[in-house]
Every structure is written in C-alpha cells, then in structure tokens.
Ligand binder design. Sequence first.
Ligand code: F6R
Ligand code: MG
Ligand code: MG
Length: 379
Amino acid sequence: MKLTLSVIKADIGGFVGHSSVHKDVLAKVKEVAEDGKDKGIIRDVSVLVCGDDIALVMTHTKGVDSSEVHELAWNAFKEGTEVAKKLKMYGAGQDLLAEAFSGNVKGMGPGIAEMEFVERKSEPVIVFFADKTSPSAWNLPLYEMFADPMNTAGLVIDPSMHEGFIFDVMDAYTGMGIQLKTPEELYDLLVFIGATSRYVVRAVYRKSDGEIAAAASTQKLSFMAGRYVGKDDPVLIVRAQSGFPAVGEILEPFARPWLVEGWMRGSHTGPLMPVAFKNAKPTRFDGPPRVIAAGYQIADGYLIGPSDLFDDPAFDHAREECNKMANILRRQGIFEPHRLPPEEMEYTTLPKVLEKLKDRFKLVETKKPKFSSEGEIAE
Ligand code: F6R
Ligand code: MG
Ligand code: MG
C-alpha cells in the first residue's frame, strides 16, 4: 500500500510581531486537522511550529496533490485565521492569498512538500521546518546529505547508496526544471544550486531504483502574489536509513552553519541556526533564521513522534557559531552583503521607496549638478 506524507505550512498570524504563534491559534488549527483525521480524510497528523509558521505533517493514502487533503489544510488555516483575527495577531491570515479553496493549495499561499512511498519495514523520516528564510536554504544541506561523501559516509560505504542520487532542480524565475545525476553530473548540479537566489532543489531520488528520498516546498510567495507578502519559509521531508543517509548524516550539515537569505524584512542574509522546538522563536533583529528537525518513525501510516532532533548539546557549537556570524553581519547594518543585492530587493518593500526617488537621477556623465551659493542643487 502506498502512503503519502504531506507537509503543508502557512503563516496565519504572528505572536508577537513575526516571532511566534499564539497557543489559541495553534489549538484551532490542530482541532480542525484532527477532525479531518476522525473523518478519515487523513490517517494521522502532527502539528509543528517554527517562528510565526505552522506546519501540518499528515499521512494518508490519497496520493500527492489530493484536493481533499489540501482542502483540510486550507480549512485548518482558515479557521485558525479567524482566531488570529479575533486576537488581532500580527498579519492574521497573511499567507492565505485566495478567498476560497479551489482544488489545490499550490499557488494559494501555503508552502507544501509531499511524497508517496511504500512504507518500509521501518520508516524513519525527518521534517525540517525553517523560519525567516526561503526554499533555496535547503540546496546546500541536500547537496551534502546526498552528494558529498565527506558528509555522508554511506555514499562510499553502503552499496545501496553507492550509485548516487538524482536531484530535481527548478529555476524559480521560469518554473523550468532539470534533473541531474550525482556523482557524474555533480559539477553541473553545483553550477545551478550554488545560485541560491534563483535555483531550488525540489526533490531527490535514489538512482538505483528511483525511490523518492527528499521533497521540499518550492513556493515563492513573492512571485505568487506579485508583491511582497512575507517570506516563503520552507519545509523539507527527508527519508532516513537503510539505503538513504543515516539520521546523523542528514543532520550533520546543520552542525556547520552557513548563510541564507531571509532575515529581517526578507531583505538580509543571516546564519541558519538549528534549534530545539522551544527555541524556534526568532526575536533578535527578527532572527537569526531558525530551523527545527522533527523526526518520526512511521508505523502503518501513523506518525510516531516527533522527536526534537536538534535538542542535542552536540549542536550547541553550531548555535554559538551562528551567534558569532550574526554579530559579524549585524555590524554591516543596512550595507551589503548583510542586506541583499538590488535584484533580490525587488521582491521586498524597497521598490516603493525607490519609486519616489527615481526621477531625481540625472545622467552624471554629461550633466553635473550645479550648486547655488547656499549649497542647494540649482539645476
Ligand atoms: C517576516 C519578517 C519580518 C518582517 C518585519 C517587518 O517574515 O521577516 O522581519 O518583515 O518585522 O514587518 P512589517 O512590514 O509587517 O511591519
Ligand atoms: Mg509573519
Ligand atoms: Mg515566518
């Protein structure tokens, strides 16, 4: 029997500002999702929070893109929004871009990662969930998990992984995709996924049998809404063990923090800090960006877990490094490279500021401004 694991997430209002989620909002979302479980729409559900975002981790047998399952998530977020509005939570309903559900939550605001597989004798999976960043934040760790033998010993040692993996990559600007095989096309893969402002890894498959290994949310809210409506905080599902990377190989990239886009106003670069669930509350300069790792064993379609995988002192050093990196970047204030380059700022609120200044530009090569005796620009 094929099982589907669907993770659907949305920001439906922050408590306080954009830092966390109020317990009453969370309780309503849970109530609606669990009602869907009682009605048999889904087999099981687990609810996660990272910053101001809520994720529904759901199992069912209706396949990917099931309108029934998507509608359940939509309704849970819609009803949660009603509570958020009553409490005047910040940005209540911000990710629900459509008025009514129309068959699939894709393009309607929520982020979604889904995969279908036959449950193995034992099925460990990890759901990563990040706040104040974007889907391309997963490019580097996915490369390390599935294509870097210095991270994943299994690529060398385990015969069932030795053939490598296939990366499904999307150009976020055009929606075009390309599949690249590793290890043989590794350098081609890195040409694209190293350009995190444009390319995102959508999924990873095991080359020997085409089994799905990882699936990521790739929605870019700013492109969907045609204007900046908040950051597209991403989720990622990774299957572990027995022919996939071990849990520790999947978590290892996060022990060496790196920089991602999305801190403060979706306009800054910052370190992605791996944290325990209780610390997924970004408050310093609205950050720095956070990531949690929720581990589950799936048993007959039921989610046994979550286990809070970054709640481990072995990640303390990564957190300290993130704080050091944050201090270095904060020193730059509004200056690049802490602030994103102009192409990226196009999707923020900055163009509105630029609009009123654009007519003030003069061609300085041919015309220098003249100053009056009072020092004013005369022409
Ligand atoms: C939200 C985020 C925050 C906000 C910032 C300004 O995901 O990244 O840093 O962009 O708090 O929010 P507004 O414009 O809503 O006052
Ligand atoms: Mg928010
Ligand atoms: Mg968020």
